[in-house]
Design a protein around this ligand. Structure first.
Ligand code: FMN
Length: 340
């Protein structure tokens, strides 16, 4: 058997050395609340690059201060953020990892001491703030903020940009009828609710010709919400807009109970891959190499995206290689202790 997990994968002009991706995970570690990279980020991300992860996608990084989930979020809303991000990208590449960044706006899920904005003035739950309904000018400004974030990501040397369209944050809020009650061209039909994401993709593409990923929540887990059929349709539109890959997550648009089990979102990655005819990444409770290999060999997804298991084991690629009985290259400094 040829092991697929360690086969290279081409994303436009970028070749990943394997199919293992570090999932974006907020670290809430900008202690000065300025959105700038801190020592924690250098240590945390570089450790996974040393551990031989193929693509590292930085945590949700805010395109405006108002779009942060918390005051400690990483940011890319100003040119002052470029220096730290450039240094970090350099460190990741030094260890052979490709560098990605998830650019994001929290919308109604921002927990900040300031006004927050969303497609409609509907709070996520009774504990959270009611957002201000975005005006057309707010929409235009936010699309521009995503575009400027892409300009800065390019300057910092990132290989990949991922748009955060999942987990009930701003883009996701536009897509779902549960959070979008607008009467203008950004609300109503699925096409109209997709318009904000469509315009964000188009705007980013005017300044970014590298690989573009979109993370989606393929199920709202609510009878009146979006389901996989809606996402198959929208991911087809993303394919037409030349998005390279869909990172397929689910939930968190509204409070809902989700039945989680190993690979619980893989079926959505599989449906989108085959029905929307676009490459996908599978994420969610994938912790063993054999499980990852099964997903790839059965062509259920093209990349394996790992979050919490990489917190527990920064060298998960090495652990996975051992589980699959193959040897992978070690950082030269570690060669004497790696493949034994
Ligand atoms: C600490 C932590 C922070 C997270 N932050 C983000 C984030 O910034 N963006 C995102 O899309 N998902 C985020 N997630 C979700 C993960 O990327 C992933 O989709 C989820 O944990 C399921 O994968 P797993 O079972 O491998 O952990 C976060 C998860 C954790 C545990």
């Amino acid at each position: 058997m040829t092991v697929k997990l360690f086969e290279p994968y081409k994303l436009k002009n970028v070749t990943l050395k394997n199919r293992i991706v570090m999932s974006p995970m907020c670290m809430y570690s900008c202690y000065k609340e300025d959105g700038k990279v801190t020592d924690w980020h250098y240590t945390h991300y570089t450790a996974r690059a040393v551990g031989q992860v193929g693509l590292i996608i930085l945590e949700a990084t805010a395109v405006t201060p108002q779009g942060r989930i918390s005051p400690q979020d990483l940011g890319i809303w100003s040119d002052d953020h470029i220096e730290g991000l450039t240094n970090l990208v350099g460190m990741l590449k030094e260890h052979g990892a490709a560098a990605g960044i998830q650019i994001a706006h929290a919308g109604r899920k921002a927990e900040l001491d300031q006004e927050i904005i969303a497609p409609s003035a509907i709070a996520f739950n009774e504990k959270m703030k009611t957002p201000k309904e975005m005006t057309l000018a707010d929409i235009k400004d936010t699309i521009e903020a995503f575009k400027q974030a892409a300009v800065r990501a390019k300057k910092a040397g990132f290989d990949v940009i991922e748009l955060h369209g999942a987990h009930g944050y701003l883009i996701n809020e536009f897509l779902s009828p549960l959070s979008n009650h607008r009467n203008d061209e950004y609300g109503g039909s699925l096409e109209n609710r997709y318009r904000f994401l469509k315009e964000v993709i188009d705007a980013v593409k005017t300044v970014w010709d590298g690989p573009l990923l979109v993370r989606v929540s393929a199920n709202d887990y609510h009878p009146e919400g979006l389901n996989i059929d809606d996402y198959v349709q929208m991911c087809g539109w993303m394919k037409e807009q030349d998005v390279d890959l869909i990172d397929v997550s689910s939930g968190a648009l509204v409070p809902a109970r989700i039945n989680v089990y190993p690979g619980y979102q893989v079926k959505y990655a599989e449906a989108i891959k085959h029905e929307s005819n676009i490459d996908t990444g599978a994420v969610g409770l994938i912790t063993s190499a054999k499980h990852a290999e099964e997903i790839l060999q059965n062509e259920r997804a093209d990349l394996i995206i790992i979050a919490r298991e990489l917190l527990r084991d920064p060298y998960w690629p090495r652990t996975a290689a051992k589980e699959l009985g193959v040897e992978i290259k070690a950082p030269v400094q570690y060669e004497r202790g790696w493949n034994i």
